[in-house]
Design a protein around this ligand. Structure first.
Ligand code: 13P
Length: 260
């Protein structure tokens, strides 16, 4: 059974005080959740203090990106090696990194390897732009992003990978993909992994949906066969909203456990 994963990408939001307050509120309500994995992905400076703050809870931390290198003369960069003692996950290939910071598929692939090399788990974001969708290139785009990042991985590395399907046009727009579309793309992603790595790996792979997820629409995504969780942006900055999303993840875990 694939354990549901709910991750909150805080992006470049929160002051230090707001970060502590948000983490405390989430911890108070969701700090002991067992059946779903809960991951907070704050800005870099809050990772170390939050790791102390959340010590003893089941909430995990992630980083929003990392360098492709482990150390050296790379001014301004933060390596996976540096965050490894405090994090379990690192997001790579978020569309904001691709679009605003020029990260190519090749750069994303190098970052993914840095995450794996340092014993962390990558959450690889893939997804088509509005234009790609309109021109019928969704499958081709997502498969290209996955092929460049994952084709040469070892099976043991794929076992640590999470894919987040985030259609670019759905991010921060209040206009999520329809569950039918999300399931279709997730099934293409799983088929790609089955073809390349076989059924055991593809059946174990967790695929998240991201893009305008809220407490009210997440239930529809978590009812789908191939969607194992959510990568939440805006709604993860509201503790009550985020905890309701986590509880929907726990609900999915219970349903799977009883074979529903
Ligand atoms: P929103 O949930 O704000 O649309 O952001 C999604 C996202 O980019 C998560 O990584």
């Amino acid at each position: 059974m694939r354990r549901p994963l709910i991750a909150g990408n805080w992006k470049m939001h929160t002051t230090y005080e707001q970060a502590l307050e948000l983490a405390s509120a989430i911890q108070a309500r969701c700090g002991m959740v067992k059946y779903a994995e809960v991951v907070l992905v704050p800005p870099f400076p809050w990772i170390v203090p939050l790791s102390r703050h959340l010590d003893g809870s089941s909430i995990l931390l992630g980083a929003q990106t990392c360098s492709a290198f482990d150390e050296g003369a790379y001014t301004g960069e933060v390596s996976a090696k540096m965050v490894a003692p405090f994090c379990r996950y690192v997001i790579v290939g978020h569309s904001e990194r691709r679009r605003l910071f020029g990260e190519t598929d090749a750069v994303v692939a190098a970052k993914l390897r840095a995450v794996l090399r340092n014993g962390l788990r990558p959450i690889l974001c893939v997804g088509e732009t509005f234009e790609e969708r309109e021109s019928g290139a969704t499958r081709e785009t997502v498969e290209r992003q996955i092929t460049v990042a994952c084709n040469d991985l070892e099976r043991e590395q794929v076992a640590r990978l999470v894919i987040a399907y985030e259609p670019v046009w759905a991010i921060g727009t209040g206009r999520p993909a329809t569950p039918v579309d999300a399931e279709l793309v997730a099934s293409w992603i799983r088929a790609w992994f089955r073809e390349r790595f076989g059924p055991e790996i593809s059946e174990g792979l967790r695929i998240l949906y991201g893009g305008s997820v809220t407490a009210s629409n997440v239930v529809d995504f978590l009812a789908l066969a191939d969607i194992d969780g959510a990568l939440v942006g805006g709604a993860s900055l509201d503790a009550r909203e985020f905890c309701s999303i986590v509880e929907a993840g726990v609900g999915r875990a219970h349903r799977l456990a009883v074979g529903g």
